[in-house]
Design a protein around this ligand. Structure first.
Ligand SMILES: Nc1nc2c(ncn2[C@@H]2O[C@H](COP(=O)(O)OP(=O)(O)OP(=O)(O)O)[C@@H](O)[C@H]2O)c(=O)[nH]1
Ligand SMILES: [Mg+2]
Length: 476
């Protein structure tokens, strides 16, 4: 555990990113935080301020006015962290916030560690671990759907579900433990047990079904949290960068009529029917003698390995070329090195671009793929393309992306613990079926209960907490 995580010393951190903006927010929290801040604030006395009030004044250092600020004062335990806290709203830009921070540090605040505010909120009982994690999910939500899922957990949907399942398991466990208190001959052939069932078997099955639903929810949730990597590939000049810009609805990637324009890849997130798509524009695939372009093409090939879906562009003005065939069907032309170029068996969506000047031929069939006709230039077919991308992502999933369960796990950590509980419970049920003694079964039930306790943080160790919170950003 880091030396400082877990203490209550006064900490400060920027809650907003540096850059040109109207305002910068600095967060402070900890024992004595209000008194410390009061020593560098004028003309009012911050230390006399009531909780939940906002004071206007100046941050001062040796009588020099550093910045004009608004300070929100929160008194323990009524604050995000549960401690005395302040939000100092400074002017934006590269200088004001920095100067204020330097004064605060001199006054006795130390830099906050990543996630330390939320860590303190957790240790002070302000939120459980599922809510703490949802704060991070919310900050990094890439689409509106991702945001909604995170907000549902922040409101406690997962905490409640875990709590309810845990109650069921505790009920099953206490049933088993009652029997354990008696010697074998005292147990008068309990009906359930005799039939190879756990005491309160129905409750155990109900818990198992709910755990399985939660575990399965991660397949969908992972997509909404992490996004799907979609790589745009094709020959130079086929219009990849134009398409990238059209999907993003902004001019991000350089477009010219010169083949080989894109050298280094570029990525951006775009929402496709609520699914966060990490869209990557790559260098056009061709053999090149230009050393910079060569590296670009090599990078395109590496990115293709990462892709979960490839959008392959055919330049309609050129029609299908042997390179297109080599890529899409691994066609073995003697003059073309297919081994290196054939796509790595990734799901592929074929696009016929430049439909404005070269319409898709009737009955066009190529490489057994459905072909979407688009014009990156005029926007024709782009709406249909969004639908086609969403369908292609859906096709690879063995669950309905649009049918999000009411409660879902939001992190890999939670999913793993749900699985631990699931397998322990399944094993307990299997042992009961074999009519094994309860003293073998009860520890498994306890393991399941503990795993659920770890999800919410009732059961936690310093290592687990540090691992989790160190992935948060500073200022959260
Ligand atoms: N008419 C027409 N021209 C297009 C369309 N899409 C792209 N172009 C033109 O095709 C040329 C190449 O476009 P880019 O988007 O730079 O092509 P690219 O595939 O990124 O090319 P590289 O980066 O060199 O691999 C430019 O002159 C574009 O204006 C389209 O749908 N219709
Ligand atoms: Mg390009």
């Amino acid at each position: 555990m880091h030396d400082n995580y877990g203490d209550d010393s006064p900490i400060a951190a920027f809650a907003t990113v540096a850059g040109n903006s109207a305002l910068t927010l600095i967060r402070c929290s900890g024992k004595g935080a209000i008194d410390l801040a009061s020593s560098v604030f004028a003309p009012k006395k911050l230390k006399d301020a009531l909780g939940n009030t906002v004071l206007h004044g100046w941050i001062i250092s040796a009588n020099e006015k550093i910045d004009e600020v608004l300070v929100s004062v929160f008194r323990a335990p009524k604050s995000y962290t549960g401690e005395d806290s302040l939000d100092i709203c400074c002017h934006g830009g590269p200088s004001a916030g920095k100067a204020v921070m330097s004064v605060l540090k001199k006054a006795g605040f130390r830099d906050a560690l990543p996630g330390e505010f939320t860590f303190r909120a957790f240790t002070n009982g302000k939120l459980d671990l599922t809510k703490a994690e949802s704060v991070m999910e919310l900050v990094s939500a890439k689409t509106d759907t991702s945001r909604r899922h995170a907000v549902s957990r922040l409101c406690g949907s997962l905490e409640t579900e875990i709590g309810e399942i845990k109650k069921l398991l505790v009920h099953v466990l206490s049933g088993a433990e009652i029997y354990l208190d008696y010697s074998e001959d005292e147990i008068s052939a309990d009906a359930d047990e005799a039939e190879g069932k756990l005491p309160n078997q129905d409750t155990a099955l109900d818990a198992l079904a709910r755990l399985k639903r939660l575990s399965a929810s991660w397949q969908i949730e992972r997509i909404f949290q992490e996004g799907v990597t979609v790589v745009i590939a094709g020959r130079p000049n086929s219009g990849k960068s134009s398409l990238f810009n059209a999907l993003l609805k902004e001019d991000r990637s350089i477009v010219t009529e010169i083949p080989g324009t894109t050298r280094d890849w570029i990525e951006a997130y775009v929402s496709v029917e609520g699914i966060p798509v990490r869209l990557i524009d790559t260098a056009g695939l061709r053999e090149s003698s230009d050393s910079v372009e060569k590296i670009g093409v090599q990078r395109s090939r590496e990115l293709l390995k990462e892709a979960e879906l490839v959008l392959y562009l055919i330049d309609g003005a050129q029609g299908v070329t042997k390179e297109d065939t080599a890529f899409c069907v691994g066609y073995n032309a003697a003059e073309y090195n297919t081994a290196e170029n054939a796509q790595t068996q990734k799901p592929l969506l074929l696009l016929w671009n430049k439909a404005d000047i070269a319409p898709l031929p009737q009955n066009f069939e190529f490489a057994d793929n459905k072909t979407v006709s688009v014009s990156a230039k005029t926007g024709e077919g782009i709406a249909e393309l969004f639908t086609a991308i969403a369908s292609a992502i859906q096709e690879q999933a063995d669950y309905q992306l649009r049918e999000m369960p009411a409660v879902a796990v939001g992190t890999e950590r939670q999913k793993k613990l749900v699985d631990t509980a699931c397998s322990a419970l399944e094993e307990a049920l299997a042992l009961a079926e074999k009519e094994e003694p309860l003293d073998l079964i009860a520890p498994l039930l306890r393991e399941a209960v503990n795993a659920l306790g770890e999800i919410t943080g009732e059961v936690s160790t310093a290592d687990i907490l540090e691992e989790m919170f160190s992935r948060f950003c500073v200022g959260k």
